[in-house]
Design a protein around this ligand. Structure first.
Ligand SMILES: [Ca+2]
Ligand SMILES: [Ca+2]
Length: 165
């Protein structure tokens, strides 16, 4: 029965389309505000502008269908450092905060503990200077530091990084 087959095919196609449409699609205007990179099956977006706050950065990452980058291991850390270095920025904001409990680092998105650290110990980081509760990666030193969650826009060349699964 070819007619029934066609109907079934159409039904299955419409199901496929509806499932696909449930996915997030990034806003082009926002994509233009970032440099794009691929690594280990993920896509990363480095902001062209400096960051204002962790909350604003996370919201912007969400419009790209992603989240503030979560550095899970050395491989990802080294990749982040490598793209940071390309732009020769002072540093970048990534996910990880101890705003809920000083010295206890977790991801805002999942409330899971941060597992990988590469603190700039030689620079005395993390030093919680003026209550720094967010995590950054220093370009020059290729290591992590605690940094202000709310930041004076443009004060230093400190950008932010989004990650998309
Ligand atoms: Ca802190
Ligand atoms: Ca610090």
């Amino acid at each position: 029965m070819p007619a029934l087959k066609s109907v079934l095919l159409l039904l299955s196609m419409s199901h496929y389309v509806s499932v696909r449409c449930q996915g997030c699609s990034p806003i082009q205007e926002n994509l233009n505000l970032f440099h794009r990179y691929e690594h280990s099956g993920k896509t990363y977006f480095m902001s062209k502008a400096t960051y204002i706050s962790d909350v604003a950065s996370s919201a912007m990452c969400k419009t790209l269908c992603g989240y503030l980058a979560e550095i899970d291991d050395k491989d990802e850390h080294d990749f982040v450092v490598s793209i940071n270095y390309k732009h020769y920025q002072y540093g970048i904001l990534v996910a990880g905060t101890d705003k809920y409990k000083e010295g206890s680092w977790e991801y805002d998105r999942t409330l899971k503990s941060v597992k990988y650290f590469n603190w700039c110990l030689a620079l005395g980081e993390p030093n919680n200077s003026n209550d720094q509760d967010c995590m950054g990666v220093s370009n020059k030193d290729a290591c992590m530091l605690d940094h202000q969650c709310v930041y004076e826009y443009g004060k230093y060349d400190f950008h932010y990084l989004c990650e998309v699964d």
